[in-house]
Write a protein that binds this ligand. Structure first.
Ligand SMILES: [Zn+2]
Length: 781
């Protein structure tokens, strides 16, 4: 059917596949690349007609019978209740764990996931005939409506709910929509839906406001010339999270221009030269060669005055060719970021307050993709435990090499994971490399020897509790005072008796986490691989994970967070000097400098111990990161990397893809102001704020005249502030604080050169943008 309307010359094999929403998108993409846009428009038009015709003819509908409840459901839920009851009996004597609701939540999460799989199996049995396909499944699989989460609610269980304050209610809703809810369950679920309704009513306005702010800050960025001659760029790599590539490098660099030549992995042959556009051909080569690092031109490094050049921008994303002069890329960027913002607020409404976004994997394993030889990094330490190889070293890695020793794959081994392969062994693709359990947090001993306790003070830093089932004493670490104060941290020493019957220290383990449960007693003999202690899992609550629109707005506005994390300004050794009530005084010292800080330990946690080496830019305490801190101590590169990642992460969780260059354009504006720190030129004073581009221009002239250039400091300002500081008072006044700006403009006798788009709209002139002749006239005047 689709082949009929397909442009000729494309082979039938490309279409002879299962076609759903994403596949159709791919087909349109394919046509776009092969033919001009006219053909693609024609095809889309035809496919729309076909779709409408057949969907009317088929008359797909669903009934309550289609939501099939898995037969095993009752059993699974009973099992869950049993598990919790068992657990409660078991921990009756541990008052600390009893408080911990997470155990309940973990168990229900597991059951929830299990049911989800079951539901899928029930509505789509393996050998079902085409005309008997379940309509609900039909809608899901084609990508037309609904997600698996919604179907789970129809015929599985609704699952755990979230209270209005963001905490999780520990009793889940075990019934589904087909069975109906009882009074209690209905009451709980109203929390979520009410929140969803009020959110959509109140928060859509916020996302609209964000778009307006973004447009105002970037409206005057227009492509002004072809090449600004900048030879700097930004480095782009794969984005890796939890050992998985979530965004490929080739997708990220597609349509951009290289700022350096690209070499292949052997570093012998040149793939492409400087200033070449990464088109489809190059895209395929990069994918094939598995290049991991590419430097491309970026709006951030563009030298064009009052705008941007087409080389630094790259492809026009709607046309797939180099952007033409006169395109209003600033407004495109603002709209591309602002538009999906509405989706970010709607999410609570759609899921109806159901806990689904923090679905944690409880067990996970990594399989290798290519065949090759296994190599471990040198810092790997393993122990044997119940015939399993357990990794106990931090940050060790595993590599898969091919026959000429190129690294094909690279993974970081998580702590306590179970290693399934041997060093230097040859493996086939698809082999399990290692697996680990998220729920277990243990300290495992590297050595065998005798245990010795140190710094243990009864009822001060530990408690003894009898476990009634085993009748044994269990020690729980209780550290009410400062956690990092070295003197008081209880430690376990592992000693070893050598031939001369002398005791040697083998290793010391600090127990600096509250509620750690010990699994060993003093003077016990142990063998390597013994579990020494259990560390409690950190509490999870959606409240702390501030995501969505507020976070994006916070990043663009550069708001000082309430609980600001302390950043180290120098490299040096940390010393804890004294403690007064809730405050500790620390100093960071190196040979030249010394810095003093006071930390309120009631609000923040010290992340480093006494005598630890600290690098410049390390965050010393817990808390929220204030982005100008990164700029000041780590530089622009790290700052761009951080903000880019934060914003992309938020959008990614909603399945929204935004091209990096849109964010880069906004960042370019946020970084466009500098503060002058030292000057001999009398046109500027110390502390004055000026445009970066203007200062660079003046400095170039000064250097030519062999005079000292003006020294300055980069600033990161919020988008509102930047909009108000605009050169054009008309565009600023039309944004916010109108009367203040207008009085200022009249007092200082300001002139508006009418260079931006907004000013020209206001007075009814033609825009200095667009791909026609207008731009040429703009420069002539
Ligand atoms: Zn440029």
């Amino acid at each position: 059917m689709i082949y009929e309307i397909f442009p000729k010359k494309i082979s039938f094999n490309k279409i002879n596949k299962y076609i759903n929403k994403s596949r159709i998108l791919k087909l349109i993409n394919l046509i776009c690349n092969k033919y001009n846009t006219d053909v693609a428009v024609n095809f889309s038009e035809k496919i729309l007609r076909k779709g409408l015709y057949f969907s009317t003819k088929s008359g797909i509908s669903i009934s309550i019978e289609d939501a099939i409840i898995p037969k095993k459901k009752k059993k699974i839920i009973l099992k869950g209740y049993k598990k919790i009851k068992n657990f409660k009996n078991k921990i009756l004597n541990f008052p600390i764990i009893k408080k911990n609701k997470n155990i309940n939540i973990n168990i229900w999460e597991k059951i929830d996931n299990k049911l989800e799989d079951l539901v899928l199996k029930v509505i789509y049995p393996k050998n079902s005939i085409l005309n008997k396909i379940n309509s609900i499944f039909f809608m899901l699989k084609s990508g037309a409506r609904g997600s698996i989460n919604q179907i789970k609610q129809l015929s599985g269980m609704r699952g755990l709910m979230i209270k209005a304050n963001g905490n999780i209610i520990k009793n889940p809703i075990t019934s589904n929509f087909r069975e109906g809810l009882n009074m209690f369950q209905y009451f709980i679920s109203t929390h979520g839906s009410r929140k969803g309704l009020s959110d959509t009513a109140l928060k859509t306005a916020n996302s609209g406001y964000l778009t307006r702010k973004l447009v105002d800050v970037s409206q005057d960025i227009v492509v002004r010339e072809k090449d600004c001659g900048s030879n700097k760029g930004v480095v782009i790599t794969n984005i890796i999270q939890d050992n998985e590539i979530i965004e490929n490098i080739e997708n990220r660099v597609f349509g951009r221009i290289t700022s350096k030549k690209i070499l292949d992995r052997k570093k012998k042959n040149i793939i492409c030269k400087k200033n070449t556009i990464i088109d489809l051909n190059l895209f395929k080569i990069i994918k094939k060669e598995k290049i991991i690092k590419i430097e491309v031109r970026s709006p951030l490094k563009c030298k064009t005055y009052n705008g941007i050049c087409s080389y630094c921008y790259g492809y026009d994303l709607s046309k797939r060719r180099l952007v033409s002069i006169g395109t209003t890329v600033g407004i495109i960027a603002a709209q591309s970021i602002g538009e999906p913002g509405t989706q970010l607020t709607m999410r609570t409404f759609h899921t109806g307050g159901i806990m689904s976004n923090i679905k944690t994997k409880l067990k996970s394993s990594i399989f290798c993709k290519y065949k090759g030889i296994v190599k471990f990094s040198k810092n790997l330490i393993c122990v044997l435990k119940n015939k399993k190889i357990i990794v106990i070293s931090k940050k060790s890695k595993i590599f898969i090499l091919n026959s000429i020793k190129f690294i094909l794959e690279e993974y970081e081994l998580p702590l306590n994971c179970n290693l399934r392969v041997k060093n230097n062994s040859y493996i086939k693709s698809g082999k399990k490399l290692f697996s680990w359990n998220y729920s277990s947090n243990k300290i495992i001993s590297k050595h065998s020897g005798i245990i010795k306790f140190k710094n243990f003070k009864k009822n001060k830093n530990y408690k003894k509790i009898i476990n009634k089932i085993t009748n044994e004493y269990v020690i729980i670490i209780k550290n009410k005072s400062i956690i990092n104060y070295n003197k008081y941290i209880p430690k376990i020493k592992i000693l070893y008796l050598n031939k001369n019957k002398l005791l040697y220290k083998k290793s010391t383990i600090k127990l600096n986490i509250n509620n750690t449960i010990l699994n060993v007693y003093n003077k016990q003999k142990i063998s390597s691989g013994k579990t020494l202690a259990y560390i409690p899992k950190e509490k999870k609550s959606i409240k702390d994970i501030m995501g969505g629109l507020p976070r994006i707005s916070e990043l663009f506005e550069v708001i000082k967070p309430k609980n600001r994390s302390l950043i180290s300004e120098i490299k040096g050794i940390l010393k804890i000097s004294k403690k007064v009530k809730n405050k500790i005084y620390i100093t960071i010292k190196n040979k030249i400098e010394k810095r003093k800080y006071i930390i309120n330990i009631k609000k923040k946690k010290l992340l480093f111990g006494n005598n630890e080496i600290i690098n410049k830019g390390d965050f010393i305490t817990s808390g929220n990161i204030y982005t100008p801190d990164i700029l000041k101590n780590l530089g622009i590169k790290k700052l761009v990397f951080y903000i880019m990642n934060e914003i992309q992460n938020i959008y990614r969780t909603q399945g929204v893809k935004i091209n990096d260059k849109h964010i880069e354009i906004i960042l370019k504006q946020m970084l466009s102001k500098v503060e002058i720190t030292k000057t001999k030129n009398f046109t500027y004073f110390k502390g004055e704020i000026e445009n970066l581009n203007k200062i660079l221009k003046i400095n170039r002239k000064l250097i030519l005249k062999k005079k000292k250039p003006i020294k300055y400091r980069n600033l990161l300002l919020g988008i509102t502030k930047i909009s108000l500081l605009k050169k054009s008072f008309m565009s600023s006044a039309s944004f916010q604080e109108t009367s203040k700006i207008l009085t200022k403009a009249s007092l200082f006798d300001k002139k508006d050169k009418l260079k931006g788009l907004k000013e020209n709209i206001m007075i009814g002139k033609l825009l200095p943008a667009g791909t026609g002749n207008i731009i040429n006239n703009y420069f002539k005047k």
